[in-house]
Design a protein around this ligand. Structure first.
Ligand code: DQA
Length: 144
């Protein structure tokens, strides 16, 4: 049976490719989805990739990941990383392992990015490797 990895993306990540490319790179979210799908096929895994600008969608999808028996969640919560107790609590509320991912390294950026509510609840964090952060998270999830 092919297991599924949910890949959840938060606000403004729909604009990847044109959004501050000097920070986030030139890959679009579709490019990242394509790379993940290629690697997932080799690992005999399926990818369910989503993006929303709305906090509650991320909460609902985290619940859904557990309800549907996902193997893991790769989560780039964007700015909600630094603000959302609701996303933190949703991660704590499910048993499905969640890997926090960022394209940039928030710790080298503004002080308001140094707090991560997601990171306090996630199994682990991969940040600072651009689009490769997602692939590295998939490699970790495949080993769960
Ligand atoms: C981000 C880092 C966050 O601080 C920022 O708000 C984002 C993107 C990243 O992938 O580097 O939207 O999560």
């Amino acid at each position: 049976m092919t297991e599924t990895i949910y890949v959840l993306n938060g606000p403004n990540l729909n604009l990847l490719g044109t959004r501050e490319p000097e920070i986030y790179g030139s890959d679009t979210l579709d490019d990242i989805a394509g790379s993940l799908e290629d690697r997932a096929r080799e690992l005999n895994l399926a990818i369910d990739m989503r993006q929303s600008n709305h906090e509650g969608h991320l909460v609902d999808w985290l619940h859904e990941a557990q309800a549907r028996g996902a193997k893991a969640v790769i989560l780039n919560a964007g700015a909600f990383t630094h603000t959302s107790i609701a996303v933190h609590d949703a991660i704590k509320s499910i048993k499905t392992p969640v890997i926090e991912v960022h394209l940039s390294n928030p710790h080298t950026r503004e002080a308001f990015r140094h707090v991560s509510y997601v990171g306090r609840a996630a199994k682990g964090t991969i940040a600072g490797f651009g689009a490769l952060s997602y692939t590295l998270a998939l490699e970790a999830a495949a080993r769960f």
